[in-house]
Design a protein around this ligand. Structure first.
Ligand code: HEM
Length: 473
């Protein structure tokens, strides 16, 4: 029998703990064989097609003959919202065979996961059940670094790290970013404006947040290209990529390269201190505690990664949906004062982090199911944000909505540390684009979503506009 090629998800699950035997069983018992139904198998991947394929569930008794329950399938990655709606109504605590995890889809339940960190732990590298633990050296190497990340720690370590990082990352510290963001947006637009066309992702949505976070951290802009290459490898792993590339070893190489890079930068900073985030982190003190050197390096990698990858996707997803809804874009153009609420609505409607992973620390009976101690639990932020129990008419994009308490930045103790910065960048980019390029529209190509589960973003976003329009900053 031919061996199935290993996918990113195999490797990602290995890192967060799913054993080979379970992954193989999942693969063999799944209807349709291979875990990833690619466009070459007959589907062209249009955004918003209805759900048509099917799969039987093995836990629970609801007949699901017309629903494709595989969150990893091409169709569900491209447009997961019909499946989320079905799960919220029929199976709100859903056992996903292909993810080997419980998927939580209702707003109130997702909030409950974030509100109970003692029951739903974030420290996947230590709390995960022993039956999942992997001893592969590459996995261990990644876990050693990512295990220091604030987002993967539980109390009391989380509180100590958060206190230390937060003191370096206040809106006051970040206020200096406002001018940097505006200048960078204008410079990037100046480069393309006479052309009448651009790929928004590679020409603005990536370079802007990368330049801003690099500036804050004192990372030279000239290093951004190689940093992007390392960071992309990490993104495939952290984002739960579901294509067939075999690059876990690359992902761990990406982490190793980033760690080496920041160790070298730290040595430089110690010789000649500068006024940047790295220095603030080195000096940070909270309740008499300091960050260790390994913690500073690991959290530099986190800030750099989180600081650009997610914001790139907020800009891309947000602009894409606005331009798909011309009356909404026109409303914003006519009323820039709506920008504040519009960015919140875009975060709610299709945010960059659709889901995250927690670990159950106890047996939890819930909606007729029992989550087992040590099981992986996936609170699905994107589904919670489309739950009609919380947001009336949730599938309608409405820039006037003011979506109170959306969950795009999570909730509770792990609420995103960079929310302020991401919002600032999005408001400045959208405001500037609509002011400088009033005829902006989607290009003819159909954009595709990156094949990932935990990060949602477009591979590219071609845009067009009239070349002769007023385009000064
Ligand atoms: C639109 C952009 C962003 C989105 C949607 C987003 C989303 C999130 C989410 C959902 C979490 C919680 C994850 C979990 O509990 O598993 C989180 C945590 C975090 N984010 Fe963001 N993020 C964004 C931008 C940023 C930026 C720009 C930075 C830094 C420059 C950043 C830094 C962090 C950090 C440090 C944490 C960990 C907080 C903690 O565990 O206490 N994020 N983010």
């Amino acid at each position: 029998m031919r061996r199935r090629a290993r996918s990113h998800v195999d490797y990602a699950f290995e890192a967060i703990g799913v054993p080979t035997t379970v992954r193989q069983a999942v693969c063999i018992t799944r209807k349709g064989g291979s875990g990833w139904r690619a466009p070459a198998e007959g589907w062209r991947g249009a955004v918003g097609d209805p759900v048509r394929t099917f799969e039987q569930r093995d836990r629970g008794g609801v007949d699901s003959a017309t629903v494709d329950l595989d969150l990893k399938s091409w169709r569900n990655v491209q447009d997961p919202f019909p499946l989320y709606a079905w799960l919220r109504d029929h199976d709100p605590v859903h056992w996903s065979k292909s993810l080997n995890a419980w998927v939580i889809t209702r707003y109130a339940d997702v909030v409950r996961v974030f509100d109970r960190p003692e029951t739903f732990a974030s420290d996947r590298f230590r709390k995960i059940d022993e039956r999942y633990a992997s001893r592969r050296p590459a996995v261990q190497a990644v876990a050693e670094v990512l295990g220091h990340w604030l987002v993967f720690r539980d109390p009391p370590d989380h509180d100590r790290l958060r206190g230390l990082l937060q003191s370096s990352f206040t809106p006051k510290q970040l206020e200096s970013s406002r001018d940097r963001v505006q200048t960078t947006v204008d410079t990037l637009l100046d480069r393309v404006v006479a052309r009448g066309t651009m790929d928004f992702i590679s020409e603005l949505a990536f370079p802007l947040p990368a330049t801003v976070i690099a500036g804050l951290m004192g990372v030279p802009e000239t290093d951004l290209v190689r940093i992007k290459a390392w960071s992309d490898r990490l993104a495939a792993y952290l984002g739960g990529a579901v294509d067939e590339r075999d690059n876990f070893v690359e992902a761990s190489a990406g982490v190793a390269a980033l760690v080496d890079y920041f160790h070298a930068l730290l040595r430089e900073r110690e010789r000649g201190p500068q006024d940047d985030l790295i220095n603030l982190m080195l000096r940070a003190e909270h309740g008499g505690e300091h960050l260790t050197r390994d913690e500073v390096v690991a959290n530099c990698v986190l800030l750099l990664f989180a600081g650009h990858e997610t914001t790139t996707n907020l800009l891309g997803n947000g602009l894409f949906h606005l331009l798909r809804h011309p009356p909404q874009a026109a409303l914003l153009q006519a009323h820039p004062e709506l920008l504040h609420g519009a960015v919140e609505e875009l975060l709610r409607y299709d945010g960059p982090v659709p889901a995250t992973v927690k670990i159950a620390t106890d047996d939890i009976p819930w909606h007729g199911r029992t989550i087992g101690r040590g099981d992986m639990v996936i609170p699905c932020l994107a589904s919670a944000n489309r739950d009609p129990r919380q947001f009336p008419d949730p599938d309608t994009l409405d820039v006037r909505r003011q979506p109170e308490r959306h969950l795009a930045f999570a909730a509770g103790m792990h609420f995103c540390l960079g929310a302020w910065l991401a919002r600032l960048e999005a408001r400045i980019v959208l405001g500037t684009l609509f002011r400088r390029l009033p005829s902006l529209a989607l290009g003819p190509a159909q954009p595709r979503w990156k094949p990932m589960l935990f990060l949602r973003g477009l591979e590219s976003l071609p845009l067009v506009w009239a070349r002769d329009e007023r385009s000064e900053p």
